[in-house]
Design a protein around this ligand. Structure first.
Ligand SMILES: [Zn+2]
Length: 259
């Protein structure tokens, strides 16, 4: 008998350190349509997640099945790092926190949006009107356990994760820099995409001026892997895509935005 498609678990190994365990219609289609890319980091003695997806329907159960398919026990996931508070990145955080008891980390700038479940502040009201959010979607707010600030260094196993505040897509957007054993990674959320594309959206907190001020913070990071929240990603020469964005901000026209 053929296994039903929705019962199959999928994961993508990018290296021994980083796997993709969730991704919706803007990516690999291995979890709910509304999910951003969800990255699993193998610290060695524990695991971390970058972003939680939208938490729509059975999204979280599918993500946890995908973690198992990657060869890991979800019970070992200790920390969830959110790149920003938009619903397609943060909506699964509450269920993950409840089911796994993990620590939810988010930018100090946006922590209160999640605490209040503020649908206007996280852009959900606009996304719903524009048809970008499922009609039956209900955002689940979450109590963040830790607020992150630019300049923090977070020790995780034998690694260090550095949040870089890159306001622009949203006021509290973070990119996470990780020096792994194999590669140097930047998890860029919705701040920066392949080809130097940005994501300036018609939502509260999205600002071209903020973007212009933030981009220099990504200069000179010497990253190999650029791992955005949607669409394509790369494992080599990631810094060249940052270079394209920085160059675009030196021109007169508005840089290309992914949506
Ligand atoms: Zn976003």
């Amino acid at each position: 008998m053929t296994q039903r498609r929705e019962n199959i678990a999928y994961s993508f190994r990018l290296s021994d350190e980083v796997f993709i365990v969730g991704s919706g219609r803007t990516g690999l289609g291995i979890s709910d349509d509304y999910d951003c890319h969800i990255y699993l980091i193998n610290w060695g003695e524990s695991l971390g997640l970058i972003d939680a997806g939208g938490g729509h329907r059975d999204s979280v159960a599918q993500i946890l099945s995908n973690v198992r398919a990657a060869g890991f026990d979800p019970a070992h996931i200790s920390t969830l790092f959110l790149t920003h508070a938009h619903a397609d990145h943060s909506g699964g955080a509450r269920a993950l926190q409840q089911q796994l008891g993990l620590t939810v980390c988010v930018s100090a700038v946006e922590a209160d949006f999640l605490r209040r479940g503020d649908e206007d502040a996280i852009g959900l009201t606009v996304a719903r009107t524009a048809g970008f959010s499922p009609p039956d979607y209900q955002f689940q707010g979450v109590q963040p356990d830790r607020e992150l600030n630019h300049g923090d260094t977070i020790p995780v196993g034998s690694f260090q994760l550095k949040p870089i505040l890159t306001a622009g897509h949203s006021r509290g957007s973070l990119c996470f820099l990780l020096q792994g054993k194999q590669l140097r990674y930047l998890f860029s959320g919705d701040t920066l995409f392949l080809g130097g594309m940005i994501s300036l959206v018609n939502c509260p907190g999205s600002s071209l001026d903020d973007y212009r001020r933030s981009m220099p913070r990504l200069e000179g990071l010497s990253i190999d892997a650029l791992l955005p929240g949607h669409g394509g990603f790369c494992l080599r020469k990631g810094q060249s895509h940052i270079g394209m964005a920085i160059q675009a901000f030196q021109g007169l026209s508005v840089p290309r935005s992914i949506i």
